[in-house]
Every structure is written in C-alpha cells, then in structure tokens.
Design a protein around this ligand. Structure first.
Ligand code: PBG
Length: 333
C-alpha cells in the first residue's frame, strides 16, 4: 500500500463527521448477526443468576414470549440451555434424550407459537443432565469417548424430533459430528444444520454458565481431557477441518474475545461460516464493570461485537442480544 505524504494524504478527512465515518465503515453489526442464548427452568417463575446480572432462567411460557419478542426485534436465532432439576441428573444422563425433557418441550412450544420464523439451536452435550457435571459419560475418573457417542446420537435425534433446526455439538468428543450427521440422515432429518463447536477451549470464562445450569458444584476434575488447550491454535484449525469432513455446516469458536485470533484464522483460512460465542464470563465482566460505572456498557458491548465482525465472524452468540436489539431500536433498558 502506497499513499502520498502529508498533506496530500490527510486520513482525518475521512473521520471528520459522522456521515462520512458511516459511509466508509468496513464492518457493520446487524441484529440478524446475533444468536441469543436463553436459559430455561422447570420452575414457574423466572430465576435470577447471581453472576449474570440481567439474565434469567425462564419458565417455558416465558421462553415462548422471549422468542416472539426476539422475532419482533429482528433476531433470527435463539439457543436454548436448560437448568435441569438435580433429581433428573444421573450418571447415565438419560434425561438428555427424553423426548419430554425441558429443552425439547420448550422447542415444541416455541415452534407451535412462531412456526419457523426463528432458528432454534440446541446444544448436544451431556453436562446439564450429568450427575458428574461432565460433557460426556464419566467412568472410573475418566470421560469416556465412544460410549458417549451413543448418548449423543440419541440426544441429537430427540432434539431434531422436537423441532430444533440447528444442533450445536459442544462436548468435544471425537467422532461426534460424523455420528450425529449419520443419525440425522438415516432418520429423515437431512436438513438439520450442524453448527459445530469445533474450537471449544478449556476456559475459566464458562464459570457463570455453570452456575446458571447448576453444573459448577457437581463437576469433578477439569474438562482438560476433551476441551482445547489455550496454548494451541493449529490444533483448532485441525478440529475445524475434521468437523467439516464429518458434516458440520458452520463452526463456532468459544470463548470469543480471548480467541479472536482463531475467529480470524478460521474464517480466512478455512472459509466456512464462522461464529463466535461471547460466553458467560465475558458477559459478566462487561456487566460488572459497567454496573460500577467503570466502563460504558453499551459502547463496550458494541465494540466487542464489532471486533468479531472485523475478525471475519458471520455472527455471534451473545447474552447481550436482547440489549443490543433494544439499543438499536432506541429503547431504553
Ligand atoms: C458445555 C457448555 C459450556 C458452555 C455451554 N455449553 C461450557 C462448559 O461448561 O464447559 C458455556 C457457555 C458460556 O459460558 O456462556 N456443553
């Protein structure tokens, strides 16, 4: 790149006014870029989450209302996570593929109310249902891969049957995408989309989420034997490549901002639709600092979301989605 010297070249000309800045913007955040993760509960009242100010676990009827509101705001997708009652958590994780489990019932209720106006994404992983808190079956102190795959097949099928249009396998077992793709294909769900959490790191930023779904207390040991190590980036590229070969339609990088390098590498080098998950700990940090008046929350959120667009992400899963929707419509929170 060659530019003439000052004063022929005065870059500030293009920054002088809002109108000209808007005209030359390289990236834009649109509400339709966002996927809104919502939590649901068996209870009949919304339940707060200590570490996630402004986020609630919603009873099913309120989750349906949230989905309708999301559509009115222009959001195109939600992801549903369950706070499963402790009695339903077992070491066999059977509740994960119960056709009447919390997420399946919520999905059916939302589909009934709003049909296919919104994409509904469900996680494929055992942790909300696991008495051991892990994403896979935990036997003799280890998370075992191949037996977990059979659970994931059943779980994925039950979610497709309930009306989920996107599945998000997030448990980092080997071979899962191929097995889930095959089960969908052979049971009449060839069009169900897989957003694979290909690059899911072993991260401290998941803390508030684990409080929200009640796995924090149960978890024995760490998830380091299946989630990626923060030291690595080539390994994430290999996981993305592998998941594409097994049938993933898009991939997710998780967490978000601490792994922005991966967002850029994957979207540039692999050219598959790449999404980032701005996870619970990222949400909590921005909320906590803005609540104390240490940063401007709205600006910090918009800036962080634009960073993902700049890095090449097609979209972002973020708990800020409903706030962003309201800011964009000029509604005060
Ligand atoms: C696990 C799962 C996690 C999140 C969603 N599903 C992470 C974990 O507990 O290891 C975290 C999302 C967040 O922190 O917002 N299946």
């Amino acid at each position: 790149m060659n530019f003439p010297p000052f004063p022929i070249h005065r870059p500030r000309r293009l920054r002088a006014r809002g109108a000209i800045r808007g005209l030359i913007q390289e990236n834009n955040l649109m509400i339709s870029d966002l996927i809104w993760p919502i939590f649901v509960t068996e209870g009949s009242q919304p339940e707060s989450i200590d570490s996630m100010d402004g986020v609630y676990c919603l009873p099913i009827n309120q989750a349906v209302e949230a989905a309708s509101r999301a559509i009115d705001w222009g959001l195109r997708a939600i992801a549903i996570f369950p706070r499963v009652t402790p009695e339903l958590k077992t070491s066999g994780c059977e509740e994960a593929w119960n056709p009447n489990n919390l997420v399946n019932r919520t999905t059916r209720a939302i589909r009934k109310a709003v049909s296919d106006q919104i994409e509904i994404m469900l996680d494929v992983a055992l942790d909300p249902y696991n008495a051991d808190g892990h994403d896979g079956l935990f036997r003799n102190g280890e998370v075992i891969n191949d037996a977990t795959l059979e659970c994931l097949e059943k779980q994925a099928l039950s979610h497709a049957e309930s009306g989920a249009s996107i599945l998000g396998p997030s448990e980092m077992m080997d071979g899962r995408i191929g097995r889930i793709r095959a089960v969908l294909e052979s049971n009449g769900y060839p069009d169900v989309i897989i957003f694979s959490y290909s690059a899911k790191y072993n991260s401290a930023f998941y803390g508030p989420f684990r409080e929200a779904i009640g796995t924090e207390q149960l978890l024995r040991g760490s998830k380091a034997s299946y989630q990626l190590d923060a030291s690595n980036s080539d390994e994430a590229l290999r996981m993305v490549q592998r998941d594409i070969m097994e049938g993933a339609d898009a991939v997710i990088i998780k967490p978000g901002l601490p792994y922005l390098d991966l967002c850029q590498r994957v979207s540039r080098e692999v050219q598959i639709p790449t999404f980032a998950y701005q996870v619970s700990g990222e949400y909590a940090m921005i909320k906590a600092a803005s609540k104390r008046g240490w940063i401007n929350g709205e600006q910090a959120v918009m800036e962080s979301l634009l960073a993902f667009k700049r890095a090449g992400c097609r979209g972002i899963l973020t708990y800020f989605a409903p706030f962003v929707a309201q800011w964009m419509q000029g509604i005060e929170n």
